[in-house]
Design a protein around this ligand. Structure first.
Ligand code: SF4
Length: 466
């Protein structure tokens, strides 16, 4: 059995000492920091650690760029449009820096972990003071201290990261929390940049994950989302098999935790043991996000996904056999370079066959450094856009039909607060993660209540409190 690579405790203690020094350096003043987060839940989770460290260093958090003393962009490299947004926002900050030279601007996360992006930021965005990648996240206090002291640019985009335990985390208030159980990915899907920017899989020790969840439960958290690029291979880097199913059984025993979710799952690694654990653990929501990406075996092969449509459908069928009420969601890429009309039609056939509750779909976005970025595209951009719309139309019909069947059912809803679009209503989520709006008192926030569904729209359910 191999060991989990963990950052030495003394190194974490040294970072904590630096946090104290930075705080003392502000002599009672509380500067303001803005952390902008792009991308996936893993990045949201990383931002909570950055905010935790900032709070320990004496910063208070703000959402207002004009009043910030530090602006940190925690970036995502998965799609081109997210990167372009970051570059646009960085350009806009140039004027702010000119007006307020003491402002510290930082870029971290997946984007600077790519050498060509780090070079571009270095060369074209000279007002950026701090550049660091995903593996250097735990060194943020030292990097910031250096930038504050020397007022010169600090860059740290090196190395593959071991796991850093014991850093402060600023969780969002509320009854839900994200918990990363592993980092990185070994799969090298041909379109994906993640293994290059987040490194190989490293799984946290089960005792560290459980300790974090117990502490969250003590703070009133009722629902945890266990995060990893491929949670199904949790523990595989230590030579363990089916360790994720074992972890679910253990989390299921933690008092105070009432709901457990997880994402993402790779179909090639989804085991019978995991489906059994889902069906046997009362707190694990019968909800599975299982990225399909394409319904065509040819495209799946070119994507290096290492499963075919038949295998995917067999997982769905077994999941439904064990959990007839299971809610399924997926990711689809439209317009992968080798995709032709017949391949796209195979995807539509799977959407019809599986009837997902919802899908997250994207038009293929080439990522420099991945094999797919070098492939010739079989379809035109116009064709890809038309296919994309055709797929959305199909899925909207299916989602609306599935939601219509919820009318009359009673759902347990974890109340999150007032609805953003209908302020006289509360909103929460049911076991399937569907949004449910209903009238009720805000004192119900963070509680699980019973709601009878009275009306269904494509993306939202409406109901009455029981
Ligand atoms: S499983 Fe594939 S798509 Fe998911 S993070 Fe790993 S390489 Fe990317």
């Amino acid at each position: 059995m191999r060991e989990t690579p963990v950052i030495d405790k003394n190194e974490i203690e040294a970072q904590k000492a630096v946090m104290e020094l930075v705080k003392n350096g502000f002599s009672g003043r509380s500067p303001k920091a803005l952390v902008e987060t792009y991308g996936c839940q893993q990045n949201v989770n990383d931002s909570q650690r950055l905010k935790g460290m900032l709070t320990e260093m004496g910063y208070s958090l703000t959402e207002d760029r004009d009043e910030a003393d530090l602006i940190l962009m925690n970036t995502c490299a998965v799609r081109d449009n997210a990167e372009q947004r970051v570059f646009g926002n960085l350009g806009a900050l140039k004027h702010l820096k000119a007006k307020k030279p003491e402002l510290i601007i930082g870029v971290c996360g997946c984007m600077p972990q790519q050498e060509h992006i780090a070079d571009r930021i270095r060369a074209k965005y000279r007002h950026v003071d701090l550049i660091f990648g995903t593996h250097a996240l735990y060194r943020f206090p030292s990097l910031l201290a250096e930038a504050l002291e020397h007022r010169s640019r600090v860059i740290d985009i090196g190395g593959e990261g071991a796991i850093a335990e014991g850093l402060p985390v600023l969780y969002d208030n509320g009854a839900k929390a994200f918990v990363s159980i592993m980092y990185g990915c070994n799969n090298f899907c041909s379109y994906c940049i993640v293994p290059y920017v987040r490194g190989r899989e490293r799984s946290r020790r089960a005792e560290d994950v459980l300790a974090e969840i117990r502490a969250l439960a003590e703070r009133g958290v009722k629902e945890v989302m266990l995060l990893g690029q491929n949670v199904n291979s949790y523990g595989g880097d230590r030579g363990e098999t089916d360790a994720f199913a074992e972890l679910l059984y253990m989390v299921n025993e933690i008092p105070g935790i009432e709901r457990i979710r997880f994402m993402s799952s790779h179909p090639k690694d989804l085991s019978e043991g995991l489906l059994l654990a889902m069906s046997r653990c009362a707190k694990v929501c019968h909800q599975l996000h299982l990225p399909l990406q394409s319904g065509s075996d040819k495209v799946l092969r070119d994507m290096n996904r290492r499963y075919g449509a038949e295998k995917y459908l067999s997982i769905v069928s077994r999941a439904r056999e064990l959990m007839p009420d299971i809610s399924l969601t997926t990711d689809i890429i439209v317009g992968f370079p080798t995709e032709e009309r017949t391949d796209f039609e195979d995807t539509l056939k799977i959407l019809e066959a599986v009837r997902f509750d919802s899908i997250f779909s994207f038009i293929f976005s080439p990522r420099e450094g991945t094999p797919a970025a070098k492939m010739e595209s079989a379809a035109t951009n116009e064709e890809k856009s038309a296919w994309f719309q055709e797929m959305l139309d199909l899925q909207n019909r299916i989602s609306a039909e599935i939601n219509a069947k919820c009318v009359g059912q009673v759902r347990d809803v974890l109340v999150e607060g007032e609805s953003r679009h209908e302020p006289d209503m509360l909103f929460g989520r049911d076991y399937a993660n569907k949004i449910v709006n209903f009238r009720g008192d805000i004192s119900m926030k963070d509680k699980i209540v019973k709601v009878r569904i009275t009306k269904a729209q494509t993306w939202i359910l409406y109901g009455e409190l029981m």
